[in-house]
Design a protein around this ligand. Sequence first.
Ligand code: A3P
Length: 305
Amino acid sequence: SSTNQNNSSSKPTDWKEWLNDLVRYKDTTLIASALAENLETIYEEFNFLNGDIVVASHPKSGTTWIQNIVSLLMNDANPEKVQGQPLYLRVPWLEGKEDPECDCGYKLLETRSSPRLMKTHVYGSLVPPAMLQKAKIVYIVRNPKDVAVSYFHMHRAYQFLPYVPWDEFITELFLPGKLLYGPWHKHAIYWWEMSKSHSNILFLHYEALVKELKANVESIAAFLGKKLTADAIEKIVDESSFTSMKANSDVNYSQVSVMGHEISPFIRKGKVGDWINHFTTAQNQLFEQKFEAWMAQSDLQIDFV
Ligand code: A3P
């Protein structure tokens, strides 16, 4: 892991300028051009293997949480086996990288043998067919009000994302889907629909994990074909609690300086309903209106509290 501060790249100061540099990839999602190029290469050339395990999500939905659970499950629930190995290297980000000093995830993965673990934020309609055929995919969805709040704080902290005042963040960026990998609803709904026709996609809810972590760890274990003892499951539940993960420097990104841990820690609050502390009444009304329209044709159920 890197503790070097990359002083040459400063935080974008003008968010409108930053927005102008994003591309709408294949008429779907809004991403940085480097991510689009990598997704293109992965789609065309990356060699997915039977046994690959993918954690998929819209950003800020509990991706890191699932990465940690999957990594522990695949390492016999033995934290000692992975101690000192940053989670972002155990489960690399397929189309990107967290640490500027590291190779992009798909390049790291090319050198690994099965079973390979990876994460992606790829849009459902852009999933490489070979991934869909060969991998087991765990998708996690989170209520979009808390996603927006978590994303706002990440924009505050992360060196490569601009700070955007909350009022503008919610009305000018999140709701119109003008953030990396947005719009949220299309991301979630497309994956939800795919999960209905693909038994190799496990669709999970952040809110359910908060309520029943153990039951969810058990269903991930069953999905991945891992038979573990009750003690082993207990161990994973323990290691994946908010408190454990917040304190664990292998998983909390505190060693990746560009993440801006001191401004807002990556493992921040871990609550359902923190949106209540951020939304004004008017913003909430606007959000509810939009949400209703987004979900009018979908049976995806989302809990906000
Ligand atoms: P908050 O900012 O609301 O606290 P992602 O990994 O997709 O970027 O999601 C990050 C969010 O997941 C953060 O939300 C983070 O705190 C939360 N999270 C990570 N590990 C968690 C855990 N063990 N329990 C609950 N929430 C967790």
